[in-house]
Design a protein around this ligand. Structure first.
Ligand SMILES: Cc1cc2nc3c(=O)[nH]c(=O)nc-3n(C[C@H](O)[C@H](O)[C@H](O)COP(=O)(O)OP(=O)(O)OC[C@H]3O[C@@H](n4cnc5c(N)ncnc54)[C@H](O)[C@@H]3O)c2cc1C
Length: 503
């Protein structure tokens, strides 16, 4: 919709309080901007939110948290909180993932790099050298990133400054930016089963195999898990968003809940404000969308005017699947002694990418027991699923399908947690429809994935859009999915806007 007159109420409006939106908002508030965040749900956080049932506090999605390191520059959650005078206590996780893979391949990714390399090399002794070479190459990418302040690549003066301060690191990144993990892994590794392992190492956060996973993201994930480590926030993942909001408000900016944006208002094709579903309007010279790019350009703006840049992005990227999620409360006796917090279960390599193929498990109460009643644990388990399978069902069929898939998942998990079914105290099942409804994500998607092999991260858009005054932030912008990644996107977005506003 085009508007006639507009007098700004705020410097910046952010649509959505996911971690990407909140980092943008808090960074700008810390620089003195007046920011309004509009969130359609009751609490902040989006995919990093939480909900409470029967004495359990469940994470909605994310629970393997990067970005809480104490040193370097890639600890973006620590830095984002610090910028608004906030901090969070966290529990270090000694093992990132315990893999249960085909061919009895049982492996733990230890926080200690050497312990991980040793364990993997013991399983593939003939590939000892190749393993070391591959993961060391990931460190080279990480060390480049971790040497420099991570801000907007759309800001030429920053690029110049960072280049003169860290020329070698910048050249290193330029080299890896167009590369994917698969090509690099195959240069040093031959064993097909080990290459499959590298595939699932990528798939578990990029939801595509190594061939399609950008090397820059892999450099971050495969190294930071041993550097800053995986750290679980005390009180649950929802605390991250809660603390960011507290900091935002202390800096004089504002968040409104139950405030669903219906459309972005344009004047002379420039974004000037937003209109909520209740008809209320808010004006600002800069509007940031933390919704997915599909929601932003197909729902919040007239879809018939999809800018050519977005059309070409949609030709390169597609929506990843959503998930079926089980939020379980279980008797503590279900978990064998020494159980790790995060697990991945796959019985057949050919099913890694299929619907309900790979199962992810997270047991946050092993790190923070206060999230469940005494004597009980939380098991959050989820598996990729496409929305098509859940559409057009009668309510009865929908419930029956939920129960069927949930039973299958529990049955498969009995292989690592014998007695799981008997020890169930609470069960809630979410589907791609749940993700779509509560997270406001088209088709409940986890985010964009390449349609075909692309040149690493070169095809991912930054924060500015073809519409002046409108920016995007979050997992459909550079560098992609994950809390630390969307925090990066938030730092970059706020930096670019601050320069545009002259802050
Ligand atoms: C099951 C699952 C497990 C995951 N596990 C991990 C993990 O272990 N580690 C990790 O790092 N990452 C994980 N992720 C990914 C991570 O959670 C996401 O990449 C990240 O949280 C996305 O953040 P975002 O800022 O892009 O937006 P989102 O989290 O999608 O938030 C967007 C917000 O905008 C709001 N919104 C949208 N449209 C409107 C509108 N029109 N009006 C008002 N508000 C609106 C939404 O309600 C939402 O609150 C997981 C995700 C899922 C789903």
């Amino acid at each position: 919709m085009s508007v006639e007159s507009s007098s700004p109420d705020y410097d910046v409006i952010v649509i959505g309080s996911g971690i990407g939106g909140l980092v943008t908002a808090t960074q700008l508030a810390a620089k003195g901007a007046q920011v309004l965040v509009l969130e359609s749900y009751l609490i902040p956080g989006g995919s990093a939110g939480y909900f409470e049932r029967s004495g359990y506090r469940f994470d909605v999605g994310a629970s393997m948290i990067f970005g809480f390191g104490k040193q370097g520059t890639t600890n973006l959650l620590t830095r984002a909180l610090d910028a608004v005078d906030m901090s969070l206590d966290t529990y270090p996780d000694p093992v990132q993932i315990h893999y249960h893979l085909p061919g009895d391949l049982e492996l733990k990714v230890h926080r200690d790099y050497e312990a991980f390399i040793q364990e993997l090399s013991d399983r593939f002794p003939h590939e000892r050298k190749g393993i070391r070479k591959f993961y060391d190459e990931c460190w080279r990418v990480f060390n480049c990133l971790n040497a420099m302040e991570l801000l907007s690549l759309e800001e030429p003066r920053y690029l110049m400054r960072v280049f003169f301060q860290h020329p070698l690191a910048c050249l290193g990144l330029v080299k890896y930016l167009p590369q994917n993990v698969g090509d690099i892994a195959r240069r040093t590794i031959r064993d097909p089963q080990l290459l499959k392992f590298i595939d699932i190492e990528c798939y578990c956060w990029s939801v595509v195999p190594a061939e399609l996973t950008p090397m820059i993201n892999a450099g971050m994930v495969f190294s930071d898990r041993h550097y800053g480590g995986i750290n679980y926030p005390k009180g649950g993942v929802g605390q991250i968003a809660q603390k960011l909001v507290e900091g935002l408000e202390k800096k004089g900016s504002k968040i409104l809940y139950k405030s669903r944006v219906k459309q972005i208002l344009l004047k002379n094709n420039k974004a000037v404000g937003v209109e909520l579903v209740n008809g209320k309007r808010y004006m600002a010279p800069r509007v940031v969308s933390n919704a997915t790019r599909w929601n932003t350009f197909e729902s919040l703006l007239p879809s018939e005017t999809l800018p050519p840049a977005e059309q070409s992005w949609q030709e390169r990227y597609q929506k990843s699947p959503s998930f079926v999620s089980l939020h379980l409360g279980v008797e503590a006796s279900v978990l064998p002694q020494g159980t790790e917090c995060h697990h991945i279960l796959l019985e057949d390599w050919d099913k890694m990418e299929t619907s309900h193929g790979t199962i992810f498990v997270s047991i946050p109460t092993l790190l923070d027991p206060n999230l469940a009643p005494p004597g009980y644990h939380i098991i959050h388990t989820f598996t990729p699923s496409w929305i098509d399978q859940w559409q057009g069902l009668t309510p009865k069929k929908y419930e029956a399908q939920k129960e069927e898939i949930a039973d299958q998942i529990i049955d498969r998990l009995e292989s690592i947690f014998p007695g799981l079914e008997a020890g169930l105290d609470y069960e809630e099942v979410g589907t791609p429809r749940t993700h779509r409804r509560f997270l406001n994500r088209q088709d409940g998607t986890y985010g964009p994935i390449p349609k075909r092999k692309l040149l690493g991260l070169l095809g991912m858009p930054f924060n500015r859009t073809s519409i002046p005054g409108l920016y995007c932030v979050g997992d459909s912008t550079f560098p992609g999915q994950g809390l630390n990644a969307v925090a990066f996107s938030g730092f970059a977005c706020a930096h670019r806007i601050a320069v545009d506003l002259g802050l």
